[in-house]
Design a protein around this ligand. Structure first.
Ligand SMILES: Cc1cc2nc3c(=O)[nH]c(=O)nc-3n(C[C@H](O)[C@H](O)[C@H](O)COP(=O)(O)OP(=O)(O)OC[C@H]3O[C@@H](n4cnc5c(N)ncnc54)[C@H](O)[C@@H]3O)c2cc1C
Length: 472
């Protein structure tokens, strides 16, 4: 008989959380810690959502989205998780750029970028300072019509090399483009620039295990392999229950960490919302997806230090479409050294590229396998420029595509970073449409990535806590 992953669940909870991405986990933990009964439902066999990992023969462990995040994670994890989680966050000091316009290594913080912009790119100190101050001063309530392209034109007209330095890493970090609102750039860029790029020592598996232990301590009822099929709403527009693996479980409030559009249009259903809100939801643009190539070196084999993050491009300038193309000309390599997982002797490399779902969606199985093979081979060729004998050292190589991300996280079109900016408004207005119904998860560019997702989980948990107290 099939295992019942919902065995022993209660009939009703104060809060049901759909999905265990970093936002869902953080909301669940905060609300359970505040004394509410919380049920967390995850369709996958592992918690973490995009913050995930997989294991392969010979003891290799690959991290999917552990390339780097801003220092703000330390504070958020200390406050909303544990000291142990926060204390495991360490800086990555070697961020490298290799492209036809420049070759450089940086600690990716304001001080070092100031030096580089002045000494290498010959920008005046006054312009650099004004740019950083402007970016740092941007917030959600500023002018949302100004684009990132306009921001760069204002400070660095005609300087495609400077734009590339400032923009390429952010495009990899959250899929944003020059046409997105400048405030999204300013907020995310400044978060990184404040103190550089950070990672979690011990790998994503250790992080999620620590989070799971903490949630269990706080009483979260955690269920994996539990697919929510439906969110039930009363005729007077109050959330009332979920249907999960065919079972109905009642709830007073619900947080969906699932994709914003599928939450509204599929799990709840458009008939429960105002027409204008449905139209607004339908118009929300998804962010792009990704491809990755995972490369494990043979046990005992090492490579010289290559930096931690290497932004490689063969393209002549910064070009978002080129970065998304299946004809790959830009990649980010993450190098994982034994120090990433203390006690391990392994060297791994993960290559990431932004990708269009539509390029991969309709391939027949044979074509799909061939395309993945081509992606792996092209990546090894590219890596050989930095590690010439890489093919002799490799023990395992495989690729993921937008289809892989869609399969594991159920994000529409495998969107890696949620939605474009307009998604944030739709997400925030959800409880005004249906009482007790909330969304927390990557949306609006600024609320994506590890830090954005954790912080959005906090914001939404506070809203839910307030509502539960008001209902009491
Ligand atoms: C390739 C790649 C690299 C990245 N690199 C970085 C990086 O270096 N730094 C960084 O900060 N960010 C990175 N990100 C982005 C970051 O991982 C995400 O923004 C963040 O983890 C998303 O968290 P989330 O809370 O939005 O939820 P998600 O991670 O999107 O998780 C949503 C969860 O909901 C579950 N779910 C969906 N529908 C249902 C349902 N009906 N029933 C039950 N469960 C359901 C899914 O299975 C999933 O577990 C990367 C993303 C990708 C794809």
């Amino acid at each position: 008989m099939a295992k019942d992953f919902l065995k022993g669940t209660r009939d009703s909870y104060d809060v049901v959380v759909i999905g265990s991405g970093l936002a869902g986990l953080t909301s669940a933990n905060i609300l359970a810690r505040a004394g509410h009964s919380v049920l967390l439902l995850e369709h996958h066999y592992q918690l973490g959502g995009m913050a995930t990992w997989f294991k392969r023969q010979n003891g290799h462990i690959f991290d999917i989205s552990l390339h780097g995040f801003p220092i703000g994670m330390i504070k958020s994890c200390r406050k909303y998780w544990t000291k142990e989680v926060a204390d495991s966050i360490v800086q990555l000091k070697g961020v490298r750029f290799e492209n036809p316009q420049f070759s450089l290594q940086t600690t990716f913080d304001r001080e070092d970028f100031t030096r580089i912009l002045i000494e290498k790119f010959q920008v005046t100190a006054e312009t650099v300072q004004r740019f950083f101050d402007t970016a740092r001063g941007m917030n959600f309530y500023d002018d949302q019509a100004k684009t990132t392209r306009e921001l760069f034109e204002e400070f660095f007209p005609g300087r495609s090399d400077v734009v590339r330095l400032l923009m390429e890493p952010i495009t990899y970090a959250n899929g944003s483009t020059l046409e997105d609102p400048a405030i999204t750039y300013g907020i995310v860029f400044s978060n990184f620039m404040s103190k550089g790029v950070y990672t979690f020592e011990g790998g994503t598996d250790r992080l999620i295990t620590l989070m799971k232990d903490e949630m269990e301590k706080n009483g979260v009822d955690l269920r994996i392999r539990s697919l929510v099929e439906k969110v039930e709403v009363t005729p007077d527009r109050k959330v009332s229950a979920v249907v999960v693996n065919g079972k109905r479980i009642a709830c007073r409030t619900l947080i969906s960490n699932a994709n914003l559009k599928s939450t509204i249009l599929k799990l709840v259903g458009p008939e429960h919302f105002d027409k204008a809100y449905v139209e607004e939801t339908e118009a929300v643009r998804l962010n792009n997806s990704s491809c990755q190539v995972y490369i494990a070196l043979k046990p005992g084999v090492s490579i010289p230090h290559q930096g931690d993050l290497l932004f490689h491009s063969e393209h002549s300038g910064f070009d978002v479409n080129a970065m998304l193309s299946r004809q790959v000309s830009s990649r980010t390599f993450s190098f994982y050294y034994p120090s990433t997982r203390p006690g391990s002797d392994r060297y791994l490399v993960v290559s990431s590229t932004n990708a269009n779902y539509s390029d991969w969606a309709s391939m027949e199985p044979e074509e799909y396998e061939a395309a993945k093979h081509e992606l792996c081979e092209g990546t090894l060729d590219c890596l050989a420029r930095y590690v010439p004998n890489i093919r002799e050292l490799v023990d395992h190589v495989e690729a993921s595509t937008p289809r892989t991300f869609e399969h594991y996280t159920r994000h529409v079109h495998g969107a890696s970073f949620g939605t474009k900016f307009e998604g944030l408004k739709v997400s925030r207005e959800l409880p005004q449409q249906i009482s007790g119904l909330y969304h927390a998860g990557s949306v609006g560019i600024i609320m994506s990535g590890w830090l954005g997702a954790v912080n959005y989980g906090v914001i939404v948990a506070n809203d839910v806590d307030k509502q539960l107290h008001a209902m009491a």
